[in-house]
Design a protein around this ligand. Structure first.
Ligand SMILES: Cc1cc2nc3c(=O)[nH]c(=O)nc-3n(C[C@H](O)[C@H](O)[C@H](O)COP(=O)(O)OP(=O)(O)OC[C@H]3O[C@@H](n4cnc5c(N)ncnc54)[C@H](O)[C@@H]3O)c2cc1C
Length: 339
């Protein structure tokens, strides 16, 4: 039986820990729950907002909509061949639990993305990534329900148009679908990615010469715990801004002017710059502004020191964006979804 709650406080449903109210709130545990909701008058008359773990959101105002909280669970092996296992996960599974399931069963490909907060269903939205690996590398397909007509649609990898922290669901299909499951094509033979210095350093620390999938996952968990503030203790949404992509010519000029600027080759014609470095150079790292600020160890992470409003954090983000633009003539864009 669906329970639609009114004037619902979202404080415990976003990792910034911001108090805002949703006009209506409902939890969905299955596709049949959703199809029942589809016929409901509130669904038909209000706008909708799909909520996973709330770890990539900045809520700057009350949500004048029906918030649909995705809790669809279940992990099933669909098929396998000599090299791959196709695993379908309910979109409401916790991403890190899914990673641990794969690690325990020796299914390789997502171990570098251990401990990223949030749900499996939100992972394709921004093509989550960490330590040299992105969701798209093991993504096979997803199933979604159209919020307009209730039709179920399968999106394959090409149709998702994945990019760096991008997909079709952040662009032309934004807010149009409720993702109900994601299927991954996991590798039976690991092709481990230890290209990031922090991972190889951690393995060296424990004298691990031939790492297993679990060794990589454990190393990533240790690194992330030491580097990133835990949202349960200090409200945050991870990296607030994306690393900006600029033309190689611009990157070369900036590098000549600022020799310590970290520049990564991205495509043949473009490079990525480290947004955290740009922010730090503008003096924001560790700066506290009212109830918010840039984290003392990670300039890219904006935090809620207790009673910040979403508007306060957004005002700070705009100031940071502006000062980076004034100093470097580079526009940094939010990675977080600002509502
Ligand atoms: C401490 C910390 C560290 C992080 N580190 C990383 C990192 O290393 N790499 C990385 O990529 N991200 C990182 N993030 C960001 C975040 O974890 C991911 O973006 C995650 O995928 C968000 O999942 P969620 O369930 O919390 O989504 P939410 O925040 O609930 O939603 C995000 C967006 O997806 C939409 N959405 C959610 N579920 C669905 C669905 N089922 N169907 C349709 N739309 C949906 C929402 O409407 C919203 O627009 C980090 C966040 C934190 C707090």
């Amino acid at each position: 039986m669906l329970e639609i709650k009114k004037d619902f406080n979202l404080k415990n449903y976003n990792t910034f820990g911001i108090t805002v109210f949703a006009d209506f709130f409902v939890e969905i545990q299955s596709i049949s729950d959703f199809l029942a909701l589809f016929k409901n008058r509130i669904f038909q008359t209000k706008s909708h907002f799909i909520l996973g773990g709330g770890s990539n959101l900045l809520l700057t105002q009350n949500v004048n909509a029906l918030v649909i909280h995705n809790k669809i669970k279940g992990i099933n092996i669909e098929k396998e061949d000599d090299n791959h296992v196709y695993i379908k996960s309910g979109a409401g599974e916790i991403w890190h639990d899914f990673v641990l399931y794969c690690v325990e069963n020796q299914y390789a490909g997502i171990e570098n993305m251990s401990l990223i907060p949030g749900t499996v269903g939100a992972a394709p939205i921004q093509n989550i990534g960490a330590y040299g690996v992105e969701l798209k590398d093991t993504f096979w397909q997803l199933e979604a329900i159209s919020l307009k007509d209730g039709e179920i649609k399968i999106f394959n990898r090409d149709e998702c148009k994945f990019g760096y922290r991008e997909s079709v669901f952040k662009n032309e299909e934004k807010g149009k679908y409720f993702i109900t499951s994601v299927t991954f094509r996991m590798n039976k033979t690991p092709n481990l990615n230890i290209s990031y210095g922090a991972i190889s350093d951690t393995l060296k620390k424990y004298n691990i010469e031939k790492p297993s999938i679990k060794n990589i996952s454990d190393a990533v968990i240790e690194i992330r715990k030491s580097k990133l503030p835990d949202p349960a203790k200090l409200g945050n949404s991870g990296s607030f801004f994306k690393n900006p992509e600029v033309e190689n010519e611009i990157a070369t000029k900036l590098k000549a002017q600022f020799p310590t600027l970290p520049v990564y080759n991205f495509t043949e014609t473009t490079s990525k710059l480290a947004a955290g470095w740009l922010i730090e150079q503008c003096g924001w790292k560790g700066k506290i502004v009212g109830n918010t600020g840039s984290h003392k160890d990670q300039a890219l992470v904006l935090v809620n020191y207790g009673n910040a409003t979403g508007k306060e954090i957004w005002d700070l983000a705009i100031k940071i964006q502006k000062s980076v633009f004034e100093k470097f003539n580079v526009l940094i864009q939010p990675e977080v979804n600002v509502i």
